[in-house]
Design a protein around this ligand. Structure first.
Ligand SMILES: [Zn+2]
Length: 206
């Protein structure tokens, strides 16, 4: 998990390896599993202070699951906008949130947790800033951290490298790492080239 929290959240909708779409957040068990897997990264991104991501993963409930799904919907709608003029992920291209709704969801989640920057400067090393939370509730801190990460991603340099994979059946958003990369991973590239070849053969036969 080094893709950043916003992309991690968006990527809970993924190709199921069998021609369909899987959703890690479509059940409470799946949500707990995702939170447990993401716990180390989450713990790095939430505000300083005691934050037990593993405990949150164990104690997640339906309310938290629905809040995560709603936030993800907003992130994916904004990702769809960010990759223009390229196509959005086909997983939810037909039911994207309107822009103002997506923005207000992200902003509302970010507002769940007021944070104060705290400047620190150890004897050795450079000065650093830590974000101090005004509210200790772990689920609000989690949702706010995901929202802040999304704001940071969408306003940062990585947004321009965001793409939706165009391989058949793939539904992933990914960060392009070189010039003309169209696919999220080599196996997607192989599948896309095979499909292109097949279409060319077909039109040649017509
Ligand atoms: Zn792909």
């Amino acid at each position: 998990m080094e893709r950043g929290l916003a992309l991690e959240l968006a990527s809970t909708i993924r190709h199921d390896g069998d021609g369909g779409v899987a959703d890690d957040l479509d059940t409470l068990d799946g949500t707990k599993r995702w939170l447990a897997e993401a716990a180390p990264v989450l713990a790095e991104h939430v505000t300083v202070g005691v934050f037990d991501a593993e405990r949150l993963a164990r104690e997640a409930d339906e309310e938290l699951r629905l809040a995560l799904v709603a936030l993800r919907e907003a992130v994916r709608a904004l990702f769809a906008r960010a990759v223009r003029p390229g196509p959005p992920s086909p997983a939810d291209a037909q039911r994207l949130l309107p822009l103002d709704e997506a923005l207000s969801r992200i902003n509302a989640a970010a507002a769940l947790e007021p944070v104060t920057p705290v400047l620190e400067w150890e004897v050795e090393g450079p000065p650093a800033v830590r974000q101090q939370s005004a509210h200790p509730a772990p689920r609000e801190r989690l949702l706010a951290a995901l929202a802040r990460a999304s704001v940071g991603f969408l306003t940062g340099p990585e947004r321009e490298r965001l793409r939706a994979c165009t391989a058949p059946r793939c539904v992933r958003y990914f960060l392009k790492s070189h010039g003309r990369q169209e696919w999220c991973k080599p196996s997607c590239g192989n599948r896309a080239r095979a499909a292109r070849h097949y279409r060319r053969q077909r039109s040649a036969d017509d």
